[in-house]
Design a protein around this ligand. Structure first.
Ligand SMILES: C[S@@+](CC[C@H](N)C(=O)[O-])C[C@H]1O[C@@H](n2cnc3c(N)ncnc32)[C@H](O)[C@@H]1O
Length: 375
C-alpha cells in the first residue's frame, strides 16, 4: 500500500457558504430545519432571497390589478382598510413587494397585515420590513404558527398571499390544500389569492395539482392568471408528467444580488416562478365568447430550429405546438419571432392555420397579434 507523504498538505477544501447550503437545500426540496432561526442563514436569506421575492410580490400585485382592471372587476376594499394575510412570511420579502405593487392603486386606504410563520425570528424581520413602508397607524400582526394547524384568521380577508411555502411542505400538500381552502372561504367577494412557488418541475406540478383541486372544491374561485381565457379548466400541463408551467419574466436585480447569485452559479436575469392568481367571485369573469378574441399563452421558450419557429401555447384548456415555417417569416407574423415565455397572442381563426393533432401550423398570411402586457 502506498504511504502518505506526511509533509504533503491535503488540498484545501473551501467550506460551503451559508448561501450554498441554503440554495442546495431549496433545490433538493429538503430545507434546512429551522433555517430562519439560525442567524447566518436568516441574514443570507434576507440579503439574497428576500429582494427576489419582493420583486415577485410587486410584479404579481401589478398583474392581479391589471387583470382585474381589464375585466372591470373592482377589488373588494377600495374604501375600507385592506386586510392582507401572508402565509409563510419568512423575512417578509413577498408581502413587502406586494405592498409596493398596490401602493399606487390604493394610495389612501389603511392596510392591516397578518403575517404567519413558524419562525419567530423570521416574523420579527418581516414586521420590520413591512413597518418600513407602512404608516405607523397601520396594524401589523405577526403570528407564530406551524402549518397545518389551528390558526386564527381575520374575517374577511381581502388579499391572501403565499410564496414559497408549498415547496417546503410537499409531503403535507393535502393539509396545505385544506388550509388554503379555509383561508379562501374568508376572502371577501372580489378578494384575491396570490400563490407563488419556485419555477422547478416538482414545485410547479405541485402548485398545478393544488390549483385543480381548489377549482374542484371552491365554486367561487376563478383563475385570473396565468391561465388565459378564464375557462377554469383542469390544467393541461398535468396530463404529461414531463410538463410544467412557469414564468420567466426579465428583471434587473441589484449588483449585490448578481454577485451572490454568481457565487452559487445562478443567473439572475429574470423572475422565475410558478404562480397562480385567483379571485373570489360568484360569477366567472367574462370569458371571450368568440374564438376571435380568445388568446394563446406561450408556455415554453420560442424555438427556432430546422426551418421552423415553434412554441408551446396554452388556451386555458389545451396545449398546442404553434409552428411557422422560417421561410414564411414576414410582416404579418413578425411578432411571433420575438415572443417571450408568458406572452399572449390572439388565437388564430379558421382559415389561418392547419390543425394537426397537438399542432397548429400557421399559414403565411396568418397575422400574429401580440397582446398588451398585463404584468
Ligand atoms: C422560503 S421561505 C418564503 C418566505 C417568503 N414568503 C418569501 O417568499 O420570501 C418559507 C417560509 O415558510 C416558513 N415555513 C415553512 N414551513 C412552514 C410550516 N409548516 N409552518 C409555518 N411556517 C413554515 C419558513 O419558516 C420560512 O420562513
Amino acid at each position: 500500500m502506498a504511504k502518505r507523504d506526511p509533509h504533503r498538505k491535503s488540498p484545501q477544501k473551501t467550506a460551503p457558504t451559508p448561501l450554498h447550503n441554503l440554495s442546495q437545500s431549496f433545490q433538493s426540496h429538503q430545507p434546512i430545519s429551522g433555517y430562519m432561526d439560525q442567524k447566518d442563514l436568516l441574514q443570507t436569506y434576507r440579503s439574497y432571497y428576500h429582494p427576489i421575492s419582493s420583486a415577485k410580490g410587486e410584479s404579481l400585485a401589478t398583474e392581479a390589478l391589471n387583470q382585474m382592471g381589464k375585466r372591470g372587476l373592482t377589488p373588494s376594499h377600495v374604501s375600507q382598510s385592506i386586510k392582507i394575510v401572508d402565509f409563510g412570511s419568512g423575512t417578509g420579502g413577498f408581502v413587502e413587494g406586494f405592498l409596493r405593487g398596490i401602493s399606487a392603486y390604493f394610495p389612501e386606504s389603511p392596510r392591516e397585515i397578518f403575517l404567519y410563520d413558524h419562525s419567530h425570528h423570521a416574523l420579527t424581520s418581516a414586521s420590520e420590513a413591512v413597518r418600513k413602508i407602512l404608516p405607523e397607524t397601520n396594524p401589523v400582526h405577526s403570528r407564530v404558527t406551524r402549518f397545518p394547524g389551528h390558526l386564527t384568521l381575520p374575517d374577511p380577508i381581502d388579499w391572501l398571499l403565499q410564496a414559497n411555502l408549498l415547496a417546503e411542505n410537499l409531503e403535507k400538500s393535502p393539509e396545505m390544500l385544506l388550509l388554503l381552502e379555509e383561508a379562501f372561504l374568508r376572502l371577501s367577494p372580489g378578494g384575491v389569492m396570490i400563490l407563488a412557488e419556485p419555477a422547478d418541475r416538482v414545485s410547479s406540478r405541485n402548485l398545478l395539482n393544488i390549483r385543480d383541486l381548489l377549482l374542484d372544491h371552491l365554486q367561487d374561485l376563478h383563475i385570473l392568471a396565468p391561465c388565459p381565457n378564464f375557462r377554469d379548466a383542469a390544467c393541461p400541463a398535468l396530463l404529461n408528467e414531463k410538463d410544467w408551467c412557469h414564468e420567466d419574466r426579465p428583471f434587473h436585480f441589484s449588483p449585490e444580488v448578481h454577485s451572490m447569485a454568481s457565487s452559487v452559479g445562478h443567473i439572475k436575469d429574470a423572475l422565475k416562478m410558478s404562480y397562480l392568481i385567483g379571485i373570489r367571485s360568484p360569477n366567472r369573469p367574462l370569458s371571450h365568447s368568440s374564438q376571435e378574441h380568445s388568446t394563446l399563452r406561450l408556455v415554453s421558450e420560442l424555438k427556432n430550429e430546422r426551418g421552423l419557429g415553434w412554441g408551446i401555447f396554452c388556451d386555458g384548456e389545451e396545449r398546442k405546438k404553434v409552428r411557422i415555417l422560417t421561410r414564411h417569416r414576414n410582416e404579418v407574423n413578425k411578432s411571433f419571432w420575438s415572443l417571450h415565455r408568458g406572452e399572449e397572442i390572439l388565437q388564430p381563426i379558421a382559415g389561418q392555420f392547419i390543425a394537426r393533432t397537438g399542432f397548429l401550423d400557421l399559414l403565411p398570411d396568418a397575422p400574429v397579434i401580440r397582446l398588451g402586457d398585463s404584468r
